[in-house]
Ligand binder design. Structure first.
Ligand SMILES: [Zn+2]
Length: 285
């Protein structure tokens, strides 16, 4: 009996990567009648999870809850030209699931959020700390427009991007529904929403000083900075993204677009991220 219990426990806690690199707990695979999975594993063909020969960094696949009632937009990856760096403003111990849950609760009843706003979430210790372990997790699939640069932030588009947007427009809808082209994605013939042409990367943690609007910021005596490993990881991710999508040539940060404390002290390392990415064979401005 004891042996049987042990086997049951091991089966329950084990993970299988057999299908499409998305982990499915054994109890869901073998006893679906007892534990019906509430989430379908989703594989994003545009994503860069699969570690190939020239892979620079491992991306941990995730199965994040989505709000089936929420509207979201799909885009052609050929219009995407920018990576936008954020910090989460949460403790560094937060997980990608925590941020996803936070964002699922962030919308209103009329306009709920679909899932995590960012395409990648990086867990990392503050400089001088040892935890948490540095890892990159998949967030929102890359071909979905993110919700991170600010809905009132815009970017100029060139003729090539304009043509792609005209021929293969960003279209919006909800799961199980019809996706319709969003004609307001080309603004004044020369601009689009910054979210439409960017990839959101969040470093989990709070890299800004304490203030009334940032009560969980660091005290003056304990300034928080990213570790060189974190900067290197973001550089590797950026370069891997460019290798897969050569149209991505810019690295920006949240308060490039609007007045916000995000991404805190990480902003001081943007040029280092670009330079590091350069050492891996990429070119960013
Ligand atoms: Zn931000």
């Amino acid at each position: 009996m004891k042996k049987l219990l042990l086997v049951i426990l091991l089966m329950g806690f084990g993970q299988s990567y057999a299908q499409d690199l998305v982990p499915i707990p054994y109890f869901q695979r073998y006893w679906p009648f007892l534990f019906p999975p509430h989430l379908e594993p989703v594989v994003d063909p545009n994503d860069i999870c699969v570690a190939g020969e020239d892979s620079l960094v491992e991306i941990v696949p995730t199965t994040l809850e989505r709000n089936p009632k929420a509207t979201y937009c799909k885009r052609s990856m050929d219009i995407v030209d920018t990576i936008v760096i954020h910090h989460s403003e949460t403790p560094s111990s937060s997980t990608v699931e925590d941020i996803n849950e936070f964002h699922l609760n962030r919308g209103t009843a009329d306009d709920p959020w679909y899932m995590i706003a960012y395409h990648y979430a990086v867990t990392a210790p503050y400089k001088g700390d040892k935890k948490p372990e540095s890892k990159i997790f998949q967030g929102r699939p890359l071909d979905l427009v993110g919700a991170h640069a600010g809905s009132d932030a815009f970017e100029t588009i060139d003729e090539k991007q304009k043509k792609i947007l005209e021929e293969n427009p960003t279209s919006c809808g909800s799961d199980g529904g019809v996706f319709s082209p969003n004609t307001s994605m080309i603004i004044d013939g020369k601009k689009t929403k910054a979210n439409n042409t960017s990839v959101g990367v969040v470093v989990i943690g709070n890299y800004s000083p304490f203030s009334r609007s940032n009560p969980n910021g660091y005290p003056k005596s304990k300034v928080r900075n990213p570790t060189p490993e974190t900067i290197d990881m973001v550089a590797r991710l950026s370069c891997q993204l460019q290798k897969k999508n050569p149209s991505i040539t810019k690295i920006r940060w949240h308060n490039f677009y609007k007045a916000t404390s995000c991404p805190g002290n990480i902003v001081k390392y943007i040029q280092t991220i670009r330079d590091k990415a350069g050492s891996y064979g990429c070119k960013f401005n």
